[in-house]
Design a protein. Structure first.
Length: 203
């Protein structure tokens, strides 16, 4: 019988190590893909993660498997981000940070179709999966910002998601394109400005 002080059996420790290495690997691959694209050399991912290339290939024998895994890893992180935001952040700041992470995710998504080659059905399935999971999250963040008086209340989440996606397309064509700056301009346009003081009120 095990007790709270009994160390886990070797098999359980191994499974825990495997899961931890996989999370480290996916975080590193996501960072590299955002920075250098999904065709970045595996050695860059190995250097970013601190893991050996053999470990990467054991987890993900093909690049397509790695790209899909990173895609799903980013969707999981974005799904949880709205609930894990620091309480000190304003709803507008939570929305802004989430949108920046979503933009990074779109960089990976842009390379997904190429990584999957001719698997159009697989690509469409993953696309639908991310929309179904992330649209409610974005809707929640927009409503929270509007309720706090930070943004206009008539912004549809789907329209806003499409706008972010369109602003990110330029990353593939123009090396110096700054998607986050454009997104911040979009967010500024959503901001609810304070009403002008009426006559007799202090300015």
């Amino acid at each position: 019988m095990s007790t709270p002080n009994t160390p886990p059996p070797p098999a359980a420790r191994k499974r825990s190590d495997v899961r931890r290495n996989e999370q480290i690997l996916l975080d590193a691959a996501a960072a590299v893909f955002v920075r250098a694209g999904v065709d970045a050399p595996v050695r860059e991912i190995a250097a970013e993660s601190g893991l050996g290339m053999g470990t990467i290939y054991r987890h993900f024998p093909t690049r397509a498997e790695l790209v899909v895994a990173v895609f799903r890893h980013q969707v999981d992180a974005l799904s949880a981000a709205a609930y894990a935001a620091p309480a000190a952040d304003t709803p507008y700041e939570v929305l802004r940070l989430w949108v920046h992470e979503f933009a990074d995710f779109l960089v990976t998504k842009h390379g997904l179709a190429e990584a999957l080659h001719s698997d159009q059905a697989g690509f469409e399935s993953l696309h639908n999966e991310f929309v179904e999971r992330l649209l409610p999250v974005l809707d929640q963040l927009l409503k929270a910002a509007a309720a706090a008086g930070s943004t206009h209340a008539d912004i549809r989440a789907y329209d806003f998601m499409l706008a972010i996606g369109n602003l990110c397309i330029g990353v593939e064509t123009f090396p110096d394109y700054q998607a986050r700056r454009m997104i911040d301009l979009l967010l500024a346009g959503l901001a609810q400005t304070a009403p002008a003081p009426t006559a007799g009120e202090p300015k």
